[in-house]
Design a protein around this ligand. Sequence first.
Ligand code: F6P
Length: 551
Amino acid sequence: MASVSMTDITSTPEWTALAEHHAAVAGRHLRELFADDPERATALTATGADLVLDYSKHRITRDTLPLLTALARAAGLSERTEAMFAGAHINTSEDRAVLHTALRAPRATALAVDGQDVPTDVHVVLGRMGEFTDAVRSGAWTGHTGERIRAVVNIGIGGSDLGPVMAYEALRAYADRSFTMRFVSNIDPTDIAEATRDLDPATTLFIVSSKTFTTLETLTNAKVARQWLVNGLGGDESAVAKHFVAVSTNAKEVRAFGIDEANMFGFWDWVGGRYSVDSAIGLSLMVAIGKEQFAEFLAGMYAMDSHFRKAPLEENLPAIQGLLNVWYVNFFGTETHAVLPYSQYLHRLPAYLQQLTMESNGKSVRGDGSPVTTVTGEIFWGEPGTNGQHAFYQLLHQGRRLVPADFIGFAEPNHVIDVDSDGDMHDLFMSNLFAQTQALAFGKTAEEIAAEGTPADVVPHKVMPGNRPTSTILAPKLTPSTLGQIIAFYEHVTFVEGTIWGIDSFDQWGVELGKVLAKQLAPVLAADKADTAGLDASTAALVRRYREMRG
Ligand code: F6P
C-alpha cells in the first residue's frame, strides 16, 4: 500500500474555529442574514464554466467560507487535487492512480503515469469508439442476417449502468430516436425479460459493460442475452460476433465469455466504476448521441475540471459546495442531502449521485487505516421537481429534520411550449424552483399567517419555519456540455468532502462481503431440499420458507 499521511482534521485549530463559528451562527435565521447584508446574494454566488452556483441561501455568514477554505488548506486540498490530476496513487487501499479527469483531457496533454502515455491511450480508444459508433449509426455495421442495428442494449451494473443510463436519459433530446436504447442491470430476471421482449434479435446489439468482467449480475444477464440471441437466430453461435461487444479492463475474461477482442473497448484500473461514464463505459451513450456530441460532453467535463483545478478555493464551485456539505454533516449533524433537478430529463441523476457519493464517501477509516474521528458521507436522494413537491417536500418545509438541498435548473428549455393564456411552460416550471428555495429559506411566520385571517388554532399548522438551506445551480440549457459540467462538478464535490475527512473515496470494500455471501447462498437456494446447516437462525428460516413458497 502506498504510504499516506493525512491530517486528522478534527484535531486542527481550523476545525475548532469552525465549531466556535457554528455556535455563533447556528441560531441565526436566513431572514435576518439577508436583512443584515443587502449584497449577500451577489457576494455568495460563484460561476464556473457555464454553471452558476447561488449559495446565498445557506446558513452561513460572510465569515464562514474563509473558515471553511482554511479547513480545506489544513487538509491539503489543493495539493491532493494536483496529486490526483498528476496520477499519484491517491487510491491508497488499492495502490492506484485516480485519473478519470484524464479521460476528458485534450489529446495534447502531457501525462505519463506508471509508464503509460495516458492521453494517447485514451484517444486511441475514443477513436475506436467513434468508428464503431459511426458504423452502427450509418448502418454499415450489420447484424448476423445483414440487417442494420435498431436496438442497443447496455448490460452492466453500478457504474457500468448508472452513468450510461443517466446520461442517455438526460440527453434524449440529442439522441438519434431511430434507435431503441435499453439498459439492463438487475439480476432479477424481470429486467432482461422486459428489456428484450419486444426486440428483434436480428437488429439488436448488446454492449456488455463491466470493468472487471466478473460481476455476477452482468455476466448472468449477458449469458441470458446470448441464449436469447442465438435461439432467436436459429441456434447459430457465430451470430454472437455481430451482436455482442464488450467494454472492460479485463481482456482475458472478455475472451472467455466468447467476445472477440476486436469487439472490445478497453479502459484502465485508474478509472473507478462510478467515475467511468466518460470512458468506453459511455459507448451506449456515444451510439445514441453520436461521437461529436459525446466529444462536447467530454469537453464540458474538462471545462469543470479546469475550473476546479485553477480557480481559487473562494471562487471554486466544487470546493464551495463540498465544504458546505461538510459544514452541515459535521457541524449541524445533517444526515441526508436532497438533489432536486428541475428537469425531467435528469430523473436518474439522484440515483447516479447515490453511487458516486455514497460508494465514495461511506467510509469509517482514514487513508492510513485509522478510524475516522467524525461522521463521513451523506445519504443522497431526490426526484425531479415538481414531482417531489407533491410527495416529500412537506417534510423539507415543516419536518424537524434539516435537509440541505441542491436545486438544479436551466434557463432555456429543450422544448418550448406555450400554454394558451398561461404563457411559457418552462417559465411556469422554473417559477416552482425559485419559489421552493424562497419558501425553504424564508418561510412564513405565525404573525403573517394570522394577519391573513387564519383561525388561531390553525395558525401553528401553517407556520413555515424557513431557514432550510439550499444551493441553486443554474445552467443556460441542458446540453451534452452542461451535463458533463454537472457530473464533473459532483465528482469534485465528492472528492473535496473525502479529502476533508481524510478517507479513500476511490475504493469500495464494503460491497464485497454481500457478494461473497450471495455466491455461497445461491446453491443452497437452488437445492431441492435446502441444507441450511451452518447458517444463522434467521437466514436459515428465511431460506426454508422461500423453498416452501416456491414449492
Ligand atoms: O458495487 C461494486 C462495484 O464494484 C461498483 O463499484 C461498480 O461500478 C460495479 O460494482 C460494477 O462493476 P463492474 O463494472 O466491474 O461490473
